[in-house]
Structures are given as structure tokens and as C-alpha cells.
Design a protein around this ligand. Structure first.
Ligand code: ADP
Ligand code: MG
Length: 245
């Protein structure tokens, strides 16, 4: 940045008859701003969000039972600093991934080290790390993250080994690092994912102790939007236009 901009800034300073220290200050400010922006872009890239979704495009009126203020509080870093967890539970298309991503992006901007993974890809990653004798290294890398977002727990069930590895990650984070988990399954059905009552109970115990829990059950936003589109098309073709008075 300094290399690219200094000549231009120097010219401007000379034209304005600016003292040298003002020129240096301006150059340094530009450099700092560029470095901050680069660091943020890198943090967001390494978080691995599948889509870029923010709260400005999230319609809270579509899910009236969801406490908007409590959800927006997740965009502040306190809960992560206090090693709380968060769970978003609800059917498909209710906005879980959207909210999880928007929370993650907001926290990236506050300097939090975040990573977004689906449960399935995390388990695959853990399994291959174990096979290749680099599980410790992966666990250390995961441990450095202040917030691990695990999306779509419950869509696929895991092998016994996969479930145990995921359990290990959750257990190690307990009261030390935050998790944000989304699931289409109510807790009562998590046994089908983790196989075995004891492991499921132990995992739920750790996850839900000091946890902000959000019930996102409601009509699927995706479904509702496509129904509305269909309805609009139907209205256009079948109904005669209402005569204006
Ligand atoms: P889930 O992860 O719960 O299956 P998504 O977050 O992927 O659902 O939401 C499905 C689609 O609908 C996405 O494109 C998302 O941005 C959109 N969507 C869901 N809920 C809302 C909402 N309340 N306001 C705006 N867009 C929404
Ligand atoms: Mg989703």
C-alpha cells in the first residue's frame, strides 16, 4: 500500500503545501486502514462461510416467535468471551444457516476467530485426520477458534468413530470455547445421530449448559417464498384485474 500510494499522496501534499508530518500521518493512516481491511477479509475467508448472509436481509417478522433482540445479542462478543454456546433448532428452510452465518460474520468483524463447518464435513475432516495420524494437529487448530459453528447436525448420522470424534471436539470446548450448533432435530432425537444414549446425554449436557437456545420452528421461508411466487403467477393468469373505483 505504502509503495503504491506514497507518490500520489506526496504530490497531493505538495500541491496543498502540507507540512511533512501531515503527509506522513495520512500515509500511515491509509496503511493501517488497508492492513485492518486485509486482516478482516482474511478472517472472513478462513472462516469458510458457505454463503454471505447478513441480518439486514433477514426478515424477523417471518418468525414472530423468535426473540429478535436476543438473536441480535449474539452479534456482540460477550457470549463468546464467556464461553457460552448457542443452538438454533428448527425445520428445514427456517433460516438457521442464514442466522448462523450473519452471527459469524458480525463476530469476525469484532476480531473473533470463527470457523463455519457442516457437521458432516467436520466429521469427515476428523476421520481423515485420524487415519492420517494428524488428529492432534487438527484438534489444536480447532481449539484455537473462539467460535466453531457446526451447521446441520442431524441431517446425516455418523459412524461410531465419527460420532466419538465429534463428541471429543464438543467435550473439549466445554466451558473453554464457544459452539454455535444448528439442527433440524429436537434434542430428544439426537440419539439417532450420536448412537448410544450415554454419549448423547453427555454431549447434550455439555452443549446446553450455559447455552442460548433458539427455537426457529415455523413455516419454511424457502417454501413460503416459492408458494407466494406461485400464487402471484396464478393470480396474474386466472383472476381478472379488479376494477378500480
Ligand atoms: P435452514 O438453514 O434453516 O434450512 P436457510 O437459512 O438456509 O434455512 O434459509 C433458506 C433460505 O431462505 C435462505 O436463502 C435464507 O436466506 C432464506 N431465509 C430464511 N429465513 C429467512 C428470513 N426470516 N428472512 C429472510 N430470508 C430468510
Ligand atoms: Mg441450513
Amino acid at each position: 500500500m505504502m509503495l503504491a500510494e506514497h507518490a500520489k499522496l506526496a504530490r497531493e501534499a505538495a500541491e496543498r503545501d502540507e507540512p511533512y508530518h501531515a503527509y506522513l500521518l495520512r500515509l500511515t493512516e491509509l496503511e493501517v486502514a488497508a492492513r485492518t481491511a486485509n486482516a478482516l477479509a482474511a478472517r472472513i475467508r478462513s472462516a469458510g462461510f458457505p454463503v454471505h448472509k447478513e441480518f439486514d436481509t433477514f426478515d424477523f417478522t417471518a418468525l414472530p416467535s423468535l426473540p429478535k433482540q436476543k438473536v441480535l445479542e449474539l452479534t456482540r462478543r460477550e457470549w463468546v468471551d464467556q464461553h457460552f454456546n448457542a443452538c438454533l433448532l428448527g425445520g428445514s428452510g427456517t433460516g438457521k444457516t442464514h442466522v448462523a452465518t450473519a452471527v459469524g460474520l458480525s463476530l469476525c468483524r469484532l476480531g473473533v476467530r470463527v470457523r463455519f463447518v457442516t457437521a458432516a464435513s467436520l466429521v469427515t475432516e476428523l476421520e481423515s485426520a485420524q487415519q492420517e495420524h494428524r488428529l492432534d494437529r487438527l484438534l489444536t487448530a480447532l481449539d484455537r477458534l473462539e467460535l466453531l459453528i457446526v451447521d446441520e447436525l442431524g441431517y446425516l448420522s455418523f459412524s461410531r468413530v465419527g460420532a466419538e470424534l465429534l463428541f471429543q471436539v464438543f467435550a473439549e470446548r466445554y466451558e473453554r470455547r464457544s459452539l454455535l450448533v444448528t439442527s433440524n432435530l429436537p434434542f430428544s432425537e439426537w440419539g439417532s445421530v450420536f448412537q448410544g444414549e450415554r454419549m448423547t446425554a453427555a454431549l447434550l449436557d455439555r452443549l446446553t449448559h450455559r447455552c442460548h437456545l433458539f427455537d426457529m420452528n415455523g413455516e419454511s421461508y424457502r417454501f413460503r417464498e416459492s408458494m407466494q411466487a406461485k400464487q402471484t403467477r396464478a393470480d396474474k393468469t386466472s383472476k381478472p384485474a379488479k376494477a378500480k373505483k
